[in-house]
Design a protein around this ligand. Structure first.
Ligand code: EPZ
Length: 421
């Protein structure tokens, strides 16, 4: 298993190109199941999770082909020959569960493995299943699989009020509703930018959706969807992650293609901590010329502060002046990076859903263990500022969601290298 070796202390200076959003590309790839035509996606990031989704679609009979030399444009299409999503793929990548809605809507049946839990929480899928049942699906569970069947005349529209604005449930139900008979209203829907990217993709394919960007989506089902060419939005979490890396080193970097509007709460929170982020037409510039100070923040559904940025900002606040209180409201176990940061000299105490971070003037390098995708980047942020050497183990977590992170950071002056195990 590869690891990263980092020697901290160098201010980052230079430019990094932000790729397409992993959490938009995955549902948009699943949307390829909704049509027999070709769906072409541009600005797709080159990530392990994208390759996993490609293999999943391929075993459904739907080919995912490179449509550009750099591999960032994918052409998705083909007849669905298998409606089962197997455990060995779904357990590796929970977003595989997003094939359930499209398969059910297009074919009328699906057998999809339950994803199971992961490092950050139990991750139930009850909201996905209840919403599909409201649309007429008959759902049974056996041997760790969801067996779903649509009525003979197909799924029908429904008024679904989500008790929590679940991103995945919104995406599965939005895709199912696009081909359902009649009108579906999704109330208390997730509002993350990736949802709007998916909704706009479906509209480009012929779906009839209103309320895009709001917490109430109304979908008039259509009989068929056709092919389209759609661009993936820039990755807001990658943008925020590199912003934290620049800030902790006291440097200044330009994030090409970065989009500040998708990062509202992150920009405000970072500014409170002493980090300047400005947008111009080509991207975002991040710098920190003065001291960092402790702040309090809570993670919330969009447009609140995103849980996917919690570990990275916590790492930054480890070296801020004063204390910070961080409350993780989305996942029940998303503090796995805390003991690792404390091994580097951070002073963090966790009480239930909250962590108190007492700032310390500096961190010291140590061998640490990555536990999940975003925690991995948090440990890198800490290593970039720590004195001495930091070894981040199990960077396979990182490779799922960050393209060439070590190369992008090294190009800005970081002393970081990948050590093949
Ligand atoms: C998506 O996961 C993202 N993944 C996550 O990013 C992100 O952290 C999360 O949304 C929140 O923003 C992708 O888009 C592929 P949820 P998802 O359904 O859809 C509870 C990353 O690092 N819940 O909004 O699984 C759930 O337990 C990943 O890129 C139910 O109770 O998130 C959690 O507490 C990590 N029942 C909360 O809602 C359900 O049926 C948020 O889950 C569904 C969710």
């Amino acid at each position: 298993m590869d690891k990263f070796r980092i020697r901290g202390g160098r201010p980052l200076e230079g430019a990094i190109t932000i790729g397409g959003a992993k959490n938009a590309a995955l549902p948009l790839m699943a949307a390829g199941l909704l049509t027999a035509d070709r769906l072409v996606l541009a600005n797709v990031p080159l990530l392990d999770d994208i390759r996993t989704m490609g293999s999943l679609l391929a075993q459904h009979g739907v080919a995912v082909e490179k449509a550009s030399n750099d591999g960032r444009t994918l052409s998705i299409g083909g007849p669905i020959t298998n409606t089962e999503a197997p455990y060995d793929i779904v357990r590796k990548m929970r977003a595989s569960f997003l094939v359930l809605g499209p398969l059910l809507a297009r074919i009328g049946e699906a057998r999809v493995s339950l994803p199971g839990g992961c490092a950050i929480g139990a991750r139930p899928v009850d909201l996905h299943l209840k919403g599909l049942e409201q649309m007429g699906a008959e759902i049974t569970l056996d041997a760790g699989y969801v067996n779903a069947k649509a009525p003979n005349q197909g799924l029908h529209g429904a008024t679904i009020v989500l008790p929590f604005p679940s991103v995945g449930a919104t995406e599965n139900l939005l895709m199912a509703a696009a081909l359902a008979d009649g009108q579906t209203t999704l109330a208390n829907a997730a509002r993350e930018p990736e949802i709007a990217n998916l909704a706009e993709c479906l509209v480009a394919m012929g779906a009839r959706i209103t309320g895009i960007g709001s917490d109430t989506l109304t979908i008039e089902g259509v009989k068929k969807l056709h092919g389209a060419t759609v661009a993936i939005i820039p990755d807001r979490i990658e943008t925020g992650s590199y912003a934290c890396a620049a800030a902790i080193t006291g440097g200044s970097i330009r994030l090409n293609n970065g989009c500040i509007t998708h990062l509202g709460a992150v920009v405000r929170t970072l500014a409170e901590a002493g980090v300047d982020i400005t947008q111009d037409k080509g991207g975002v510039t991040v710098s920190r010329r003065n001291g960092l100070h402790g702040i309090d923040f809570i993670t919330e559904p969009y447009p609140g502060f995103p849980t996917d940025m919690q570990a990275q900002l916590m790492a930054l606040l480890c070296v801020a002046e004063g204390a910070s209180m961080i409350t993780e409201n989305i996942f029940e176990d998303r503090f796995m990076h805390v003991p690792e940061l404390n091994r580097m000299g951070a002073r963090i105490n966790v009480h239930g859903a909250s962590a108190i971070v007492r700032g310390t003037p500096h961190l010291s390098g140590a061998p640490v263990m990555a536990s999940d995708l975003r925690a991995s980047f948090g440990l890198i942020v800490a290593g970039l500022a720590a004195s001495g050497e930091t070894i981040v183990n199990r960077v396979y977590h990182l490779d799922r969601g960050y393209e060439a992170a070590e190369e992008k950071l090294a190009a800005c002056g970081a002393n970081i290298e990948r050590v093949a195990a």
